[in-house]
Design a protein around this ligand. Sequence first.
Ligand code: GLC
Length: 716
Amino acid sequence: MEQQKLTELLSEMTLDEKIDQLLQLAAAFYSDKAEEKTGPMGDLGLTQENINNAGTTLGVSGAKEAIRVQKEYIANNRLNIPTILMADIIHGFRTIFPIPLGLGSSWDLAAAEKMAEVSAKEAAVSGLHVTFSPMVDLVRDPRWGRVMESTGEDPYLNSRFAEAFVKGYQGDDLRTDFNRVAACVKHFAAYGAAIGGRDYNTVNMSERQLRESYLPGYKAALDAGAKLVMTSFNTVDGIPATANRWLFRDVLREEFGFEGVVISDWAAIKEVIAHGAAEDEKHAAELAIKAGVDIEMMTTCYTDNLKELIAEGTVEEALVDEAVLRILTLKNELGLFENPYRGADEAAEAATVLSQEHREIASDIAKKSMVLLKNEGVLPLQKTEKVAIVGPGAHSRDLLGAWSWQGKQEEVVTLVEGAQALGADLLIGQEPFDYFAPSEAAIQEAIELVKAADKVVLALGEQEWMSGEAASRSDIRLPQAQLSLVETLKEYNEQLIVTLYNGRPLDLQGVDAAKAIVEAWFPGTEGGNALAQILWGEYNPSGRLSMSFPETVGQVPVYYNVDNTGRPYESAPDEKYVSKYLDVSNYAKYPFGFGLSYSPVAYSAVTLDQPTMTKDQTVTASITVTNQGTAAVWETVQCYIRDLVGEVVRPVKELKGFKKIWLEVGESATVQFEITEELLRYVHSNQQLSSDPGKFHIMIGGNSRDTQQTTLQLVR
Ligand code: GLC
């Protein structure tokens, strides 16, 4: 439909219909079972009219149900306007991929785009139009449960993944490509910086820090064409994001040029009252509509108050009109006026969802996301070795992560099943093994298996409910019972390999007895196959951490791109009066960008094709990388810079590029990075991005700690 027709449609709508278009309701309100909707209707005080005209819906799933809901919705809508079916497809629809924190550790943008493409395809044939993804909140605190949804601690890496997600979800033309869905980037803004890592807590930072570290990921998603933005629950400089005019009108709309739809997070408009920034729902509605929030998710501040606010002149009807027009435009961009059912198709759904092809893609991506953190000569396992697989993760199907919605645990491949599929020589227990309080029988059985084994795979970790929304932890160690198991089993067999299913960087105190540690994250539906193939060397581990693992939770936040301070620890760790702790180093146990492979890779010195550059020049940094192992390997070559003197202090290291290269046994490759003046810019005290002449360190290596360094001079 042409834009002009949309404007005409808007003019035909009554004020009540326009206000209802701003309401998003959950699937229950459209259930064909009256008992499922009576309660929610009563809770929100809604009429059937409100429901008939609520502009968008969340949580409907399945082609048949989506077609039924849309058909009835259009029939009940006076102007036959279609609804938009939205849902949280965070890392897979029914075929579940690794959690985004795992995907982030793949450093594989093609994999991320493929994950989003497959997720979109399964969601679209099941009737969905929009996903509330990608979540691009930068996170430096592993206590925060939603760290599992992020791609980690770095603005540059998060930005590249944000772009890949949006491209995979949306493709090139949402209006005609019904295998795609619109992307909603969230949570705007800086939700991952909650003080203390406690979900929904205050976020306090300078505008400059916000712009330097937290906004780039959202901007990258928007520059890639994301159609929606979701508000965050937190305050930004004391004002709840959902009522923050500076954030949404000045930054998102004016500065970023975003013209799409802004949707509140669940009840976030009403929560402006609890924050203490609104007197009541009427005040909250006024603040949110003036801030530019178009859709209210699952509360009725708009429904119950906008008409009065307009009648009394507090809110101009034009603000409602612009919000409605953005929603109608999104419906049009999705092709819903011509094709209200889009990709919903029961036959296609049956053939597409959880197909073998999608399982294979998920297995491949899961392998790429896993990180070998430690290996003292015990991995890869050989099929001739007798291997005991014990612990709570051995038979666990709890591999999907906290945001897997349609994913089903019964469809998950366990580690034991994955190992059996490889034909490995296994000793497997049958006793159920609890994550927190394993039975004496389970422990005794494990001891007997361990005694008889050449090597031991001890599968440990968190359960899904221990991360995700409203799942922050103050103590991020493994459950005590699991640490006790490490101590017990090491007495019977020292060839201990620990595997981890978890949704956050952990404090791995108590696991040191393990000779190898494999970080598997929540690896998704094919997790057991992927982990087994890593353990037995069918896949040479290539994952690199996208978030630091602390020595202890007491160090948190610990991240790689820190400021040097006036009393840097780095240069004088043994002195008293330096920035340090008395009881632990400042360093992460496993730093950002870190990961091992079965093939050691050597780096040459880094060279520049010229030692100085002017603003309009480009310098090429080169380094040669050699596979010194006995197996081919993917190596992620990482390029960091340090601006030695800035108008504001600069981090000791900033990721500015990376390249994944395949190296055959004995192969050497020269990797080059183009250093441009744009890469040397940073946010100054005037909030503007610009570069300063001066010295820069260029550092290249296989992680953020072990790099080769040279110096570049930027001259006027
Ligand atoms: C939740 C989450 C948000 C999600 C929304 C809809 O509270 O904060 O990420 O998209 O509600 O489920």
